[in-house]
Write a protein that binds this ligand. Sequence first.
Ligand SMILES: Nc1nc2c(c(=O)[nH]1)N[C@H]1C(S)=C(S)[C@@H](COP(=O)(O)O)O[C@H]1N2
Ligand SMILES: [Mo]
Length: 462
Amino acid sequence: MDDPIHAPIDGPPSLSLDRRRLFVGLAAFGAAGTARADDAPAKPTSDGKLTIGNTSAPPVSRLHPSFVKDVGLLTDLNPTNQGGAWWNFDTYITPLEQFYIRNEYPTPRADIDRRVDPRHWRLKIHGDAVERETEISYDDLLKMPSRSIISVMQCAGNGRSLFWEQQDMLQAPQKVTGNGWGLGGVGLAEWQYVPMSYILGLVGLKPNAKACLFWSGVDGKKPNTESDTGRPLPISEIINRPDDIGLAFKMNGKPLLPDHGAPVRALVPGWAGGASTKWLTEIKIASHDFWVRLNTIGHANIGPAYPAPMPGADDEFRFVKPSDIRGVPVAWHVARSMLTVPLALTKQPHMPPNYPLGRGEAPLLPASPQALRGYAWAPQAGVRRVDVRVNGGLWQEARFIDPQPNPYTWRRFEIALDPQPGEAIIETRTMDNRGQVQPVTVPFNEGGYDFGAIPKFRIRFA
Ligand SMILES: Nc1nc2c(c(=O)[nH]1)N[C@H]1C(S)=C(S)[C@@H](COP(=O)(O)O)O[C@H]1N2
Ligand SMILES: [Mo]
């Protein structure tokens, strides 16, 4: 018990008394993401920065021309991307107002573009590998059998900031570029969807099927034209889990919000969010592969560790050319973990303007016994165990708060800590159900995707 980390908090009653006192102290810092002693409503911070803590307080409103929902609880990464404030996550399901938005272009609006108006939306399903080309309306979709699944949605670029902070990948030849997500490019939602098993039965899959392209055709370079957004999947991926992949029309029990793909988006649980095409209008199932922005110049791991595949002679290219194939398209999420504390960002090329910490600043927590919380996910196999260590000490097993209903979900964990005053580096490590643990470093790739290395959280205790 004299380790920096001691027994899990469901231990002896004396420890829970300590906890109650502890949360009074923590309310000011709002770190543990648990019930707060102080219910006073939050006031907007005068400098417009996001707060740390105060998750029970009314959100500070911030409207943005690229989005429809209020983005007051999100980090302002750049004109079309808003990151989740993961240090304020405390629920299992991520509420819609805390859910990140990753757009290439501004969110299409039904009052401007009828292709995303449920009354006019049409989905075309075609290609040389279907028996019956079909077009369905939103009403048709709602009449089809649907199911729901709880699954992480995550941008492949989530954690990119850690390539800069932990692996110094700031300069050529190992220069990583892209949105500085920190760790907020992820959320957990309950999705309601029509499974691909039903859709494939409807259109009739031919034996020559090789790939399935989910395509938007809505958001684009010019206002809602020249859309280059969509993502193909090998048909084997759909045949292996036809009830998990589908066409989503509800998120957390509500019709999809415009920013999250209304009225219908693809849902590919466990894969990089880029495969879950928002504002879906076309599915093409063909006897050839497809190459598009999101499996070539975007969303591919490009670097010496990732030899580029060769396209086939009959492959279809949309808005890209064969020389754009330079790496391995991202697909399954790697295992990850995080604490609900903001990252000390020292090297990040562009600090999000409303990030709660200044450059180089570490979050401040009390130097007293407390429980730190975090999230762990490993959608390909499921999360078996999480370990946490302080200042390079012994790894200590964390206590799970949540079970794991399916491998695509994350699990909250908690670890009791009695920190000394001063700075500490806290690391978190997921082990998946295959027994694989997060590595210490990950290979360079230009786009900074799939940062699955052990994250380091620098915290100041005082
Ligand atoms: N049509 C379209 N679909 C899209 C995108 C987009 O820009 N346009 N972004 C993709 C990416 S990169 C991610 S990570 C997810 C993000 O989903 P969210 O904004 O609902 O969180 O949507 C994917 N689907
Ligand atoms: Mo993404």
